[in-house]
Design a protein around this ligand. Structure first.
Ligand SMILES: *[C@@H]1O[C@H](CO)[C@@H](O)[C@H](O)[C@H]1NC(C)=O
Ligand SMILES: *[C@@H]1O[C@H](CO)[C@@H](O)[C@H](O)[C@H]1NC(C)=O
Ligand SMILES: *[C@@H]1O[C@H](CO)[C@@H](O)[C@H](O)[C@H]1NC(C)=O
Ligand SMILES: *[C@@H]1O[C@H](CO)[C@@H](O)[C@H](O)[C@H]1NC(C)=O
Ligand SMILES: *[C@@H]1O[C@H](CO)[C@@H](O)[C@H](O)[C@H]1NC(C)=O
Ligand SMILES: *[C@@H]1O[C@H](CO)[C@@H](O)[C@H](O)[C@H]1NC(C)=O
Ligand SMILES: *[C@@H]1O[C@H](CO)[C@@H](O)[C@H](O)[C@H]1NC(C)=O
Ligand SMILES: *[C@@H]1O[C@H](CO)[C@@H](O)[C@H](O)[C@H]1NC(C)=O
Ligand SMILES: *[C@@H]1O[C@H](CO)[C@@H](O)[C@H](O)[C@H]1NC(C)=O
Length: 401
């Protein structure tokens, strides 16, 4: 008994260590380069020192003299997240307009953001937002392709009671989208009449481009945004100019360095990016940066519980225990080898005994699978269904590489 327990403890210890190392295995930065600053990861192409970043546009600095934990900066802009999917989250100054009744004076702050050539303000992950009760604001921008633009909205109210928590549809708060491909923006906020009618509860307007989920309107924000100077926004980046085809023709400059990486062109913008192929994870911009995902150890395979999962390079296989057939994957799974007749009788009897309506559905579902053990798609033999099978299920026994 004691021996049995200690073996059990030992095996579970080993398997948990395996899970841990497999999650942390892939390289983030080039060898010898700092890969974190405080809590922020710095994946290549971003880097702090020469030879650690790809081009000057990806040069960042880690300020650990004035901040604990240290903060990551890109020029004078703070970065809170870098994603290898081609996004970074930065903390941006917000635009303000306030009016001081006593001195009959208004103050303004209209921040400008200007990005290097392979960066854009994401128009899908952000919203342009105005908060105020006698307010309007607009964002003016320049695009790489297409025309300059100006867009904006109006936020009004006559009392705090007009305002609805979490609602940003014109009363005290308004939001609007803006076009794609924007590399330069300026935000302006104004009041219509110096907050004359609302001055007992509001004498400022605020405007910002903010990450969608990072701002939810509250009545309190009319006043307490005065203490907020910066909010997060999402920027998109490409690794290089041009299409994948053009990029591949100059292998020396081509950024997708990992053998298991592939090139793609994002929907907006005019450059290309890299990603690890299906079944791999890691940093596609580094040589040997993409490593095999061990789907079995990570328990993300589609093998059913009774099937045996085996990792292969770039993929995995599921196999059914002895006396079972099927592909071992969710949906079809492994079915006990039995004649159609017996299976029908067993399942039928079972559902009869439990007298449960659900079991009738289950029976209808199981029967066609039992017919050849493979399920509906592959049993309809035809050129079309075979080729579709290949495209739809790239992860299939042995076919990964
Ligand atoms: C850190 O930030 C402070 C304040 O923004 C600045 O004065 C200082 O020069 C920075 N230090 C480094 C090493 O960047
Ligand atoms: C504020 O000053 C402007 C001129 O700068 C003047 O036209 C306006 O009447 C003044 N408003 C108040 C409330 O004193
Ligand atoms: C609001 O205040 C500014 C600055 O004092 C002043 O120039 C402007 O005329 C005022 N506008 C109105 C509508 O009172
Ligand atoms: C956009 O605005 C800038 C600055 O005002 C100007 O130099 C540029 O020519 C404009 N671009 C277009 C396409 O109108
Ligand atoms: C109005 O603005 C002044 C500073 O300009 C500030 O001290 C005051 O608290 C503000 N009042 C309201 C109601 O927000
Ligand atoms: C808005 O007000 C809510 C409620 O007080 C607060 O939790 C949130 O931090 C405020 N948002 C900003 C950006 O200040
Ligand atoms: C905003 O005000 C509310 C209540 O007055 C407070 O609980 C919250 O922490 C404030 N948020 C900020 C960011 O100042
Ligand atoms: C702004 O911050 C100061 C100091 O942290 C605090 O005393 C004040 O109440 C805050 N104001 C608002 C409107 O949240
Ligand atoms: C599991 O199956 C689903 C649906 O077919 C697919 O989207 C997913 O990528 C599969 N997961 C793995 C690890 O193969």
């Amino acid at each position: 008994m004691i021996i049995f327990i200690s073996i059990f403890v030992l095996t579970s210890l080993i398997s948990s260590t395996l899970v841990f190392s497999s999650l942390n295995n892939f390289p983030i930065a080039r060898p010898g380069c700092k890969s974190t600053c405080g809590e922020v990861q710095i994946p290549f192409p971003f880097g702090i020192k020469r030879k650690c970043y790809r081009t000057k546009q990806f040069l960042v600095t880690c300020n650990n003299t004035d901040f604990t934990p240290p903060k990551l900066f890109w020029g004078n802009v703070e970065i809170t997240d870098i994603s290898l999917d081609g996004q970074i989250t930065v903390v941006r100054s917000i635009a303000k307009n306030c009016y001081d009744k006593q001195q009959n004076r208004s103050s303004d702050n209209n921040p400008i953001l200007e990005l290097p050539s392979n960066f854009r303000v994401s128009n899908t992950a952000n919203k342009f937002t105005i908060v105020g009760c006698d307010s309007y604001g607009y964002v003016s921008g320049r695009r790489r392709i297409g025309r300059n633009f100006t867009t904006g909205c109006t936020a009004m109210c006559s009392s705090r009671n007009d305002l609805q928590e979490r609602e940003c549809a014109g009363a005290g708060c308004c939001q609007t989208t803006f076009p794609e491909d924007v590399w330069w923006v300026r935000i302006d906020v104004r009041s219509y009449s110096n907050y004359t009618k609302v001055s007992d509860f509001s004498n400022c307007s605020y405007g910002f481009i903010v990450k969608d989920k990072a701002f939810t309107f509250s009545k309190d924000n009319l006043t307490n945004l005065s203490n907020v100077t910066k909010l997060p926004a999402v920027l998109n980046w490409d690794i290089g100019k041009g299409t994948c085809e053009v990029a591949k023709s100059n292998l020396k400059a081509y950024a997708c360095k990992s053998a298991e990486s592939e090139c793609y062109e994002p929907v907006s913008g005019s450059g290309y990016r890299c990603r690890c192929r299906n079944g791999y994870e890691g940093n596609p911009y580094l040589t040997s940066g993409c490593i095999d995902i061990d789907e079995c150890t990570l328990k993300i395979s589609n093998c059913t519980k009774n099937a045996k999962c085996e990792n292969t390079i770039g993929s995995y296989t599921c196999s059914c225990p002895k006396g079972h057939k099927g592909d071992g994957k969710e949906g079809d799974g492994c079915v006990k080898k039995q004649s159609l007749m017996i299976a029908y009788v067993l399942i039928g009897k079972h559902s009869w005994e439990r007298n449960n309506a659900d079991n009738i559905e289950e029976m209808e579902y199981l029967l066609p699978n039992n017919h050849d053990g493979m399920g509906g798609v592959s049993s309809s033999v035809g050129y079309d269904s075979i080729s579709r099978d290949h495209i739809g299920l790239p992860i299939n026994g042995g076919g990964g590489r």
